[in-house]
Write a new protein. Structure first.
Length: 567
């Protein structure tokens, strides 16, 4: 299948998505069978969970003096892992120790040209990230200072992540910082020191700060007209987002013949900033595609996505009703076009079908809603289009969307999407967020703890530790038996560990799963391991049962190591 997808800034929410650490990019959890097999491992969070191992987690956050010429990697990595555990398991007791990292780990002159410089920078970036996700607003001054320091002496990607942490805690401070940063930055073509785009900072400028930002942006955009094309486009797109009169002029251009103008080269960036007010509707409809071979699929992807974003904002006012009429006419006209209607045509793509019918369903078309739901319910689809359809059904608050998303999530624990970029980027994790936002107390979304997509399963833990919805235990243990083979070592093991964020709440469901002799031995003993980690009073009798059933496999042996000794 041919896919021409656009990677659109602004389509994917940031936060903890796909962001496992401020100073590294690895999975949150590895394979527990490699580390949890000794009695002393009963003190590890990644073996027994945050409640039983809370003391160890907090102890690992204590970092002494780091001196040049010595290898501190083991100690530093343990501390960074503890910071991540604090974030994902929502352990707020970690906040005081994390605050200390911002000040006590500040490098000095003797650290130059030594690995200890990176160790200290990494700890401070990790602290900023963790404190932001734990909601510690008192850390804002320290994070502001750290962003400024990283701008000139840090590593670019740490600067970007620390700025994002500031934006999460205090959007106004982050916005003011970026305006100042833009004003003193002369070279937009060169990356930040050590890597990382300077342009990514522009997304943090708030509309409320437009009066201060727009003169700076206009000056920079004028300078980059004959300079760096990409910078010029991003600066102009930011102006479109912040300046309604400029936005109105751009909309007129988009509805006319703008070939040969600056807008032709910047259309993707600019159109990605539309879809926030009803007046944007007509310009977006115009860019939904063509009925011939010359269709620009990248622009069409952006336009569909921004129309859908717009539909989530429309109310009952006159301007919204006028926008709905424009959208309905434009979408109905395109319902017979080959990209959504002709399977044999080169422009046809299933994700366009999902986006098109989601857009029509969002303005009340019952037939399109049925087609959208049929796509979500298609058990054979592994392209990711079913997830895309579910995402927008949830975002648009279509009746029945949570039920269909729950069924999709449950049956997808044994599948992978073939498409993972462009409109499909982090689609499972985004759908999880949409589900949890639409139905926070509906524990069925917790089934995504089992998902083979690391972003989705780790995001599920992040949400679970904060909302603790009823029915989460049952959703996970009901779906777990479908997972087989080596996947149990990663998906089931880590999903059951994630349930320990609820304390012993899931103990009955896990024990029932272990006792179910129709379930595979791998899943049963994976459940037994967490039952032992949670120190069930029935653990010893469960060991006896495992011996009787001849399922004393590796997870059961780990369970024995993590349990209290049996007489």
């Amino acid at each position: 299948m041919r896919l021409v997808l656009a990677c659109v800034v602004g389509l994917v929410a940031h936060d903890a998505h796909g962001h496992y650490s401020a100073s590294r990019s690895t999975r949150l959890r590895g394979d527990r069978h490699l580390i949890c097999y000794r009695a002393e491992d009963a003190a590890r969070v990644d073996c027994v969970g945050p409640h039983r191992a809370r003391a160890t987690l907090l102890a690992n956050l204590t970092v002494g003096e780091l001196v040049p010429g010595k290898n501190h990697s083991l100690h530093v990595d343990r501390a960074r892992d503890a910071a991540l555990d604090a974030v994902y398991f929502s352990v707020r007791e970690a906040i005081p120790k994390l605050r200390l990292w911002l000040t006590t780990q500040r490098p000095d002159a003797r650290d130059e040209n030594d690995h200890v410089m990176f160790d200290k920078q990494a700890l401070r970036a990790e602290a900023a990230y963790a404190l932001a996700h734990l909601g510690d607003v008192t850390s804002v001054p320290g994070i502001v200072a750290l962003v400024g320091e990283f701008e000139t002496t840090g590593t670019g990607f740490m600067w970007g992540d620390t700025l994002a942490a500031l934006a999460k805690l205090d959007p106004a401070r982050a916005s003011r910082y970026v305006i100042g940063f833009a004003g003193r930055t002369t070279d937009w073509r060169t990356s930040m020191r050590g890597g990382g785009s300077k342009l990514a900072a522009l997304e943090h400028i708030r509309v409320e700060d437009a009066a201060a930002a727009l003169p700076v942006l206009a000056r920079l955009a004028k300078r980059e007209e004959t300079g760096y094309d990409h910078a010029h486009c991003e600066l102009q797109a930011t102006r479109v987002r912040l300046d309604e009169p400029f936005r109105a002029d751009v909309r007129k251009q988009l509805l006319g013949h703008y070939s040969g103008t600056w807008l032709a080269g910047c259309a993707n960036s600019v159109i990605a900033q539309l879809g926030v007010m009803p007046a944007d509707a007509e310009a977006l409809v115009r860019h939904l595609g063509r009925d011939d071979q010359g269709m620009d699929m990248g622009v069409a992807n952006i336009s569909y996505s921004r129309i859908l974003e717009l539909e989530t904002k429309l109310d009952g006012g006159a301007a919204s009703e006028a926008a709905r009429k424009i959208l309905r006419q434009g979408l109905v006209k395109r319902s017979t076009w080959p990209h959504v209607a002709d399977l044999s045509h080169r422009n046809y793509e299933l994700h366009f079908v999902a986006l098109h019918h989601a857009a029509l369903a969002g303005i009340g078309d019952a037939g399109s809603r049925s087609k959208l739901f049929a796509l979500i319910d298609d058990a054979k689809d592994v392209s990711g289009s079913a997830w895309l359809a579910a995402y927008w059904a949830l975002r648009l608050r279509l009746p029945g969307a949570p039920d269909r998303a729950a069924a999709l999530a449950a049956r997808s624990v044994t599948t992978r999407n073939t498409n993972r970029s462009g409109v499909f980027e982090r689609i499972r994790g985004r759908t999880l967020d949409a589900f949890a936002d639409a139905a926070p107390s509906d524990g069925r979304w917790a089934v995504m703890l089992l998902d083979g997509d690391a972003d989705a399963s780790e995001r599920a833990l992040y949400r679970l530790s904060r909302s603790k919805p009823a029915g989460a235990c049952e959703a996970v243990t009901r779906a777990a038996p479908a997972i087989a083979g080596s996947s149990v070592m990663t998906q089931t093991d880590n999903a059951f560990l994630a349930l320990t964020t609820l304390g012993t709440t899931c103990l009955p469901a896990l024990e029932q799963l272990f006792l179910d002799r129709t379930v595979t031995k791998e899943v049963r003993t994976s459940a037994l391991e967490i039952v032992a980690a949670l120190e069930s009073p029935r653990t010893c009798s469960h060991f006896v049962q495992a011996q009787r059933d001849r399922i004393f496999t590796a997870p059961a042996l780990r369970a024995a190591a993590l349990a209290k000794p049996c007489n």
